[in-house]
Write a protein that binds this ligand. Structure first.
Ligand code: ADP
Length: 559
């Protein structure tokens, strides 16, 4: 056997293991202060474990050399209190305690110097598992300092845990705390050997294995919340640890070299395995971060959209009354209520009336939209003769069509009977489709047909106008959409008309369509709605009643 026994190699295996862990930590991101401090702490542990191994290894045969290596231990151990304290400050983002931290570092330097003298550790205790130096006067002070210095870490972390709101994060921080406690209280039991107290086996050094494993688990879980990484890390870590122990149990130089090569190989493969798992998880995190920011943007957009709707609603309400007043006065002037009107002026007045009409239509569209978006559209369904609605819309549009020399073809279908609709909304839909038919047709006709199908009725409005392509067809019923077909032609519009039509028809439990064989071939717009009251009507009615109730309540509340 190349090395004495398991007791001897335990500190060495742990020393190497903890050092590998330290390198893993800095390799992850060396610029992060917490990582730097963790690496520093691992280095301290390495000094402790490696010095101890040397002390055990040399045994009682060479007292001076054993004492030398135990003093070597303290090069690392004296820095544990300030490093832990520093770690807790950075980790918990405490602003104060900077002076205490400086004092902590200063004292550790003092003890570093002290540990070089025979007043710190000297002579050896012999135990049945090995030897250990004896604590001298300065060591007692160091012990006091050690537990106060590291105590600051626990003080800060425990205070911090209380403030953490999420249970999950609290668990992570508690794990970090446990990992350090394993070193300070478990590993700290190694001080007992310096006072002649035998624990029968130097369990203290096992903390060199426990610390990285718990911390790896905590840090991984804390950062990436992914069990895959944790399992990979623990498996790789445990394999490397066992292989290191194996090296020291080797019986020949050949075995030593083979097992050392294996450790390197596994470290290399394990490292790249962990890295690739990290990579995958980071990508996953990136995607979820993107999704979150998209969600935020979406919420913001919705807020903006609501604000816009509210603005539209207010602006439209404010415009509606003056426009009605203007319309009234224009009619009165034209009718001669304020004196005889000259022919020249009649033309001007007609133009003004038309412009006013356009504005009224626009404002009505805005009002419709804002009501729809705020869920405040009121529906009052009743049995209505749709023939009658179509006829009245045709009559209303007759002048407009005549001016453009467009023929409106319409034949009433008396035998269809009554349909359960909101008369105003249905009128609005037919009006919009017919208005568009005339608006987007240069010459020819617009034909309206009214038929029955599947317990419902169909109204079709076909024109011989500009038509549209498939791309337009797919987007026609989208809010504010104006087709490519209207680019370059001088026809005013908002892109809201057919969108509103679709909403109204849907509220009746029906559907709309718009189709064309292509630009210049005319188009057909139409809708189907059920004849009798259906479940869709019921839902719409309930919504209307609820909305009216809310308005009444709001009114009462304001009073
Ligand atoms: P607009 O105020 O622009 O007329 P609409 O919502 O009524 O808005 O219509 C949306 C778009 O659908 C129009 O801009 C136009 O591109 C197309 N469109 C609607 N009706 C017709 C039609 N009868 N013929 C050709 N294109 C039409």
């Amino acid at each position: 056997m190349l090395f004495a026994n398991l007791v001897t190699i335990l500190p060495l295996a742990c020393a190497i293991f903890v050092l590998i862990f330290g390198f893993f930590v800095v390799a992850k991101n060396i610029s992060v202060r917490v990582n730097q401090l963790l690496f520093g702490f691992c280095l301290s542990m390495f000094f402790w474990m490696f010095g101890t191994f040397m002390m055990f290894y040399l045994g009682g045969e060479n007292t001076q050399a054993s004492i030398f290596w135990d003093r070597f231990v303290y090069i690392g151990v004296v820095f544990m209190p300030p490093l832990m304290h520093h770690f807790s400050i950075v980790f918990t983002r405490i602003q104060r305690q900077k002076i205490i931290l400086r004092i902590n570092y200063f004292l550790s330097f003092l003890f570093l110097v002290a540990s070089r003298t025979p007043y710190f550790v000297d002579e050896l205790f012999v135990y049945n598992w090995g030897v250990h130096t004896q604590a001298k006067i300065l060591h007692h002070f160091f012990l006091l300092y050690f537990f106060i210095g590291t105590g600051l870490f626990f003080f800060n972390i425990l205070k911090y845990i209380k403030k953490i709101r999420t249970k999950h994060q609290r668990k992570q921080v508690a794990l970090v705390c446990i990992a350090f406690a394993a070193v300070i209280f478990g590993g700290g039991s190694a001080f007992l050997y310096a006072y002649g107290i035998d624990t029968h086996f130097p369990f203290a050094y096992l903390s060199g294995f426990i610390f990285p494993v718990i911390l790896f688990y905590a840090v991984s879980k804390y950062n990436f919340l992914d069990i895959r990484v944790i399992v990979t890390e623990i498996l790789v870590g445990a394999t490397i640890f066992v292989l290191i122990v194996d090296i020291f149990l080797s019986k020949s130089i050949y075995e030593v070299s083979f097992r050392t090569a294996m450790v390197f190989l596994i470290t290399l493969i394990g490292g790249s395995l962990i890295k690739s798992v990290y990579g995958q998880i980071q990508k996953k995190e990136q995607v979820s971060r993107l999704a979150k920011s998209l969600e935020k943007a979406n919420i913001r957009l919705r807020v903006l959209d609501r604000q816009k709707t509210e603005f539209l609603s207010i602006a439209a309400h404010q415009l509606r009354t003056p426009l009605s007043i203007i319309k009234g006065y224009l009619e009165l002037i034209k009718d001669g209520a304020y004196g005889k009107v000259e022919k020249k002026l009649t033309h001007v007045l007609t133009d003004m009336e038309e412009s006013n009409e356009r504005l009224v239509k626009l404002v009505d569209e805005f009002l419709n939209i804002s009501h729809i978006e705020q869920g405040r559209t009121k529906y009052h369904f009743e049995e209505v003769d749709v023939n009658h609605i179509i006829a009245s819309v045709v009559e209303e549009m007759a002048d407009k069509a005549k001016k453009k020399k467009i023929k409106i073809n319409w034949k009433s279908k008396k035998n269809i009977g009554l349909v359960y609709v909101d008369e105003d909304k249905l009128r609005n839909v037919i009006f919009n489709f017919l208005d568009n038919g005339i608006k987007y047709t240069e010459k020819g006709s617009v034909t309206i047909t009214f038929t029955q199908k599947d317990n419902g009725v169909i109204v079709r409005i076909k024109d011989t106008g500009i038509g549209f392509d498939k791309q337009d067809e797919a987007s026609l019923f989208t809010k504010f959409y104006r087709g490519k077909n209207v680019e370059g032609i001088n026809v005013n519009g908002t892109g809201l008309g057919v969108y509103v039509c679709r909403q109204f028809v849907s509220a009746h439990g029906g559907y709309v369509w718009g189709k064309s064989m292509g630009p210049g071939t005319g188009s057909e717009f139409g809708f189907w709605i059920p004849k009798k009251r259906t479940h869709a009507h019921k839902i719409t009615e309930e919504r209307t009643v609820k909305d009216e109730q809310t308005v009444v309540n709001q009114y009462k509340h304001k009073k």
